[in-house]
Design a protein around this ligand. Structure first.
Ligand SMILES: [Zn+2]
Length: 113
C-alpha cells in the first residue's frame, strides 16, 4: 500500500486571509434615526458600523471614501444603501464632497494589520 505524502504547508490565498479577518470584525449594523438625511455634498453620511453621522475620509489608494474609524467604504452594502448611494450622481456628489472636506484615509485596512 502506498503511503500518502504529507502535504506541504499551503500559503493562504488573499480570499482566505480576508475571510479569516472578517470573522473578527463586528458586523452589527445600526440604522440611523428616521429623520436622518445624508449630506453627500459635504461628505457626511451615516456609518452603520460606528452608529453615527461621520465625515468620511478619502482613501487615495483604493480611490474610495472610507469611514476613518472602522474603514467601511462607500461601496459597502449597508453604507451605500443607508446613504442612498444608488445612483452615479449620488456617488459623484459624495466623492466630491469627501475630497473637498479634505480628510484623508491613511490607516492600513483591517486585513493588512
Ligand atoms: Zn465607521
Amino acid at each position: 500500500m502506498k503511503r500518502r505524502q504529507p502535504s506541504a504547508p499551503r500559503q493562504l490565498t488573499i480570499f482566505e486571509s480576508v475571510r479569516d479577518a472578517r470573522r473578527d470584525v463586528d458586523t452589527r449594523v445600526t440604522h440611523p434615526p428616521e429623520s436622518f438625511r445624508p449630506d453627500l455634498k459635504n461628505g457626511l453620511v451615516w456609518c452603520p458600523y460606528c452608529a453615527m453621522t461621520t465625515l468620511f475620509a478619502w482613501d487615495d489608494r483604493l480611490k474610495e471614501p472610507r469611514c476613518p474609524r472602522c474603514s467601511a467604504g462607500a461601496a459597502d452594502y449597508y453604507v451605500a444603501r443607508i446613504n442612498r448611494l444608488d445612483t452615479d450622481d449620488a456617488c459623484q456628489d459624495f466623492v466630491r464632497g469627501v475630497r473637498r472636506a479634505g480628510l484623508s484615509f491613511e490607516r492600513p485596512l483591517f486585513f493588512e494589520k
